[in-house]
Design a protein around this ligand. Sequence first.
Ligand code: ACO
Length: 442
Amino acid sequence: MGNDAIRGDTAPEDSITIVNNASGDKVTFPILQGSCGPRVIDIRKLYGATDMFTYDPGFTATGSCESKITFIDGEAGILLHRGYPIEELAAHSDFMEVCYLLLYGELPTAGQKDKFVHAITHHTMVHEQLHKFIDGFRRDAHPMAIMCGVVGALSAFYHDSTDISDPYQRMVASYRMIAKMPTIAAWAFKYSLGQPFIYPRNNLNYAENFIHMMFATPAEDYEISPVIARALDRILILHADHEQNASTSTVRLAGSSGANPFACIAAGIASLWGPAHGGANEAVLNMLNEIGSPNRIGEFVEKAKKPDDPFRLMGFGHRVYKNFDPRARLMRESCHEVLNELGVENEPLLELAMELERIALEDEYFVQRRLYPNVDFYSGIIFKAIGIPVSMFTVLFAVARTVGWVAQWNEMVEDPNQKIGRPRQLYTGYEQRAYVPLAERG
Ligand code: ACO
């Protein structure tokens, strides 16, 4: 079936007809079926056929693109990357393999993986002048502010990978961003400490390299804990992509105008920063610290339920998951493993989080609205356990999500149906009126 809207009574079986109750006009729209998930009404011809737009703030019922990368069934709590369940990837894979999978659509052979890891490893250094760029920030700048600025500025340093019509340049830009993000992130942290920047080392894997650049100093040897490196690699896998979330949609929207990839990823970082999205992991830890002790949980749960109070339980609820976020389950497991392996017994924040989770999951308000812990609920506790400071939590999310942004951006650029993203609106402002000169305004 084509995607044309049909006027009148001829309605093919796999279609939907809307009737204007005032005029009796009928218009039929095709229904599309993806490989998984609910069917989709193709309303591309709606405006032409009816002179009407749809109104859907927050895109709660709107598919903005066709994608083959990630599938979520929010009712069942399922997350698949290129068809592979997140649980299997977290158990058997590593972050580099997941990056390859997201970018290329298939798991790599051993040879393909070696080549990919080699290429990423050999793009981890950043232009030397970026030191000066970072030096321009105030010492107390939030590392996410530095990330927004520095990643956007990469387009001024790597002109040879900004021609988006050239697939080779697109891939070079993609590799550069995946490879350089940990370096920039670690340097943002080092800058806040006033410590020297640590350069990447090619004998370390992706997670080890990041840990080394974060915590080593030139003054002494730094031993990387394999427990921490493994935990970080798993966290990176769990955050790698999540279909059309706010930051990914931002990357796609920015990219839809033909903007260069570095600028688009900087836009994604800006969107991720908000507490309703990637900023939630930082907010969860701040909230747990504020709650302080299990006997204050009730007070905070009650506050979260008040309709006129903007406070929400951070790390709870999700636009898509109306069941357990599978990443939260894995993160919870990881959290216990990491704390056990590091010998952190009775971590009060973890105990507080588990008690908060228990109380909220039994509360009628949360049950009715199907609000479950999301990935951010437990990630902050692991970050804290492995020594990542709170202000770096969202930065870590950005490091992990870069591959998802880049894969989705490439898919968009290659999509023959791609158009500039340009939503319409329900205008409720003044109708046209005449300009009033200053002297006549009362
Ligand atoms: N605490 C208390 N109430 C909540 C919460 C929460 N965390 N989340 C949703 N609700 C309530 C809403 O107030 C609303 O109640 P109402 O029907 O009485 O008005 C109902 O549940 C539905 O919530 P919406 O806001 O319509 O859901 P939406 O899909 O727009 O929001 C969001 C999803 C932004 C994630 C929201 O649940 C939230 O703010 N959670 C806290 C922040 C957070 O953890 N963000 C991380 C998301 S995951 C990620 O980005 C990796």
